[in-house]
Ligand binder design. Structure first.
Ligand SMILES: NC(=O)c1ccc[n+]([C@@H]2O[C@H](COP(=O)([O-])OP(=O)(O)OC[C@H]3O[C@@H](n4cnc5c(N)ncnc54)[C@H](OP(=O)(O)O)[C@@H]3O)[C@@H](O)[C@H]2O)c1
Ligand SMILES: [Zn+2]
Ligand SMILES: [Zn+2]
Length: 338
């Protein structure tokens, strides 16, 4: 099969012929239709995050496609099913964390020492075929095509989980910091739920688009957010904890700032002047929060309430897709068709 192979950290992604995977016990083999490029793929490929622990290295955790073969013991999926795959596939079920019996989520992926993680310790979805645990797949809503589903499988899943984690109340105001893959979905999810929504973006070129996506107000930083009346919930989806720290000045009393962002270098700081304590504010970490939330996000997209914006690349152009994501040029997800 053809796959986007990363020869070494920082190397370009190159389409190469490699052996197709075989579906193991409890796994399905998926003929990938489309796979999105998450910023985490960029960092994994650059060695900012741990480089894939297998060879040839193929990353990607936003693959949507058709089940073409069942591994032993699979009863929940059938050949011909249209599925979405995601980042965390399985955990050991026996370690201290797993004994808590929480849903399969980004949290379990990062806490179980034996978690199976797509594109990190097993082959990822930037390939014609990927073998994944059947129990980690979701059935796609009818009519949702693979390219449109792909950005939901991490970007949408994360931003919807982040919004849910904040437990916004009726009439609360939601701000989204960083309008990229996650952020452009977060804006739409917030609007779809009826919350007055503010976009916080460093990029003046995104102001009109942010309004189209559901922002009533667009500002460029925390001071702008404060001047615009602040927000009860700030969903941090850009690349920077420094920007999240800056946004704190626009967080209302009783507000929640939700960090979906993973900043590999910066720090989030609650400084002495924030009066964080007297405002009784909260900081919440957010990640994929269980497949139920992924299905909710997919259903919102299938219903037309939320529409991922993405640019489609043929697999031959995968390195361009990755470069555009790394440079922040893409509106708002690169989706590669295989
Ligand atoms: N928690 C999880 O489970 C999870 C899952 C997936 C991704 N993530 C994290 O979510 C973040 C966003 O991922 P993504 O795929 O949406 O990335 P992306 O599409 O590349 O978008 C990132 C956005 O961040 C903003 N940005 C870029 N450089 C910045 C800088 N130097 N300072 C401040 N803001 C900057 C830009 O928005 P503006 O132009 O609007 O400022 C950009 O569009 C990453 O940190 C990623 O690691 C977390
Ligand atoms: Zn475990
Ligand atoms: Zn991701």
């Amino acid at each position: 099969m053809k796959a986007a192979v990363i020869a070494a950290p920082k190397a370009d992604w190159e389409i190469q012929e490699i052996p197709a995977p075989r579906p193991g016990l409890g796994e399905v083999l998926v003929r990938v239709g489309a796979c999105g490029v998450c910023h985490n793929d960029v960092w994994t490929a650059q060695g900012v995050f741990p480089f894939p622990s297998f060879s040839p290295a193929v990353t990607g955790h936003e693959a949507a496609g058709e089940v073409v073969e069942l591994g032993a013991g699979v009863t929940s999926r059938q050949v011909g099913d249209r599925v979405g795959t995601t980042w965390v596939q399985e955990t050991c079920g026996r370690c201290d964390y797993c004994r808590r019996n929480l849903p399969l989520s980004g949290q379990s992926g990062m806490h179980c020492p034996q978690s199976v993680m797509t594109g990190l310790n097993v082959q990822g979805g930037h390939a014609e075929y990927v073998a994944v645990k059947a129990a980690s797949t979701v059935l796609l809503p009818d009519g949702l095509d693979y390219a449109t589903a792909a950005p939901v499988l991490c970007a949408g899943y994360t931003s919807w989980s982040a919004l849910r984690a904040a437990r916004p109340q009726p009439h609360e105001r939601v701000a989204v910091l960083g309008i990229g893959g996650l952020g452009h979905m977060a804006l739409q999810f917030s609007r779809a739920c009826g919350f007055p929504t503010v976009a916080v973006t460093r990029s003046s070129a995104k102001h009109d688009l942010a309004r189209d996506l559901g922002a009533e107000t667009v500002v460029s930083d925390g001071a702008g957010l404060r001047e615009a009346g602040g927000a009860d919930v700030i969903l941090v989806t850009g690349l920077s904890y420094e920007a999240a720290t800056d946004a704190l000045q626009g967080l209302r009393p009783g507000g929640r700032i939700v960090l979906a962002t993973i900043d590999p270098a910066g720090s989030f700081t609650v400084g002495p002047s924030t009066l964080f304590w007297s405002h009784r504010q909260q900081v919440i970490g957010a990640t994929h929060n269980g497949l139920r939330y992924l299905t909710e996000a997919l259903d919102l997209v299938a219903s037309g309430a939320v529409t991922p914006l993405y640019e489609v690349f043929d697999k031959a152009d995968v390195s361009e897709a990755v470069a555009r994501t790394a440079a922040g040029d893409v509106r708002f997800r690169s989706v590669v068709v295989y």
